[in-house]
Design a protein around this ligand. Structure first.
Ligand SMILES: [Zn+2]
Length: 188
């Protein structure tokens, strides 16, 4: 599942080959998480890292640099079974421009995205980012990371992936709408 999700994100232009990460909850105090540095579009099950809640891990490569963020989320929210982080370019741009994003504008986004929260700029892999996202997930399962990307959590990994895809589609629509509105005003 993790390999399929990462390939889907890459195929849809939502992350570059060495970016992004995803994980699923195991049946105890551990998770399965994508490795750092490995090309994400061609992961195999052997590349996936087993990581315990105390930080120990078993795998052919170290876990993602955002593994702290994943662990904080799982330890805090028992209902979360999957975490996906992408570098969605249009979503990131829309939030950078400060445009208004309303999930109720489209049926697909309304169904796929319960709500959206956002966090400010923090260095990738930092404890600061991990704690900010953990807090935001308590309010909304989809969180935009300013100047960076998106984190979505879910009861299953395809709900999280679906929310990230729906938000990128909504962001594309927001950008087209704003560009069109600006063009119409310019010609008046
Ligand atoms: Zn990232």
């Amino acid at each position: 599942m993790l390999c399929d999700v990462m390939k889907t994100l890459h195929d849809r232009g939502l992350l570059n080959v060495k970016g992004g990460n995803a994980s699923i909850r195991g049946r105890g105090d551990y998770i399965w998480i994508t490795p750092s540095k490995q090309p994400k579009h061609r992961l195999t099950p052997d590349d996936i890292v087993l990581m315990y809640f105390d930080g120990r891990y078993v795998g052919n490569s170290p876990p993602s640099i955002e593994s702290k963020m994943h662990l904080h989320i799982y330890k805090t929210y028992g209902w979360v079974n999957a975490v996906v982080h992408a570098h969605s370019p249009l979503t990131t741009l829309v939030y950078e421009l400060g445009l208004n994003v309303n999930v109720s504008d489209f049926v697909e986004s309304m169904v796929s995205i319960p709500c959206i929260d956002s966090v400010g700029r923090c260095p990738p892999g930092s404890e600061e980012l991990a704690l900010s996202v953990r807090e935001a997930v308590g309010k909304c399962p989809v969180v935009v990371l300013k100047g960076h990307g998106v984190v979505a959590v879910g009861r299953d990994i395809y709900s999280a992936l679906n929310a990230i895809e729906a938000l990128e589609d909504l962001s594309r629509a927001v950008l087209v709408k704003n560009t069109y509105s600006s063009a119409v005003q310019t010609h008046r």
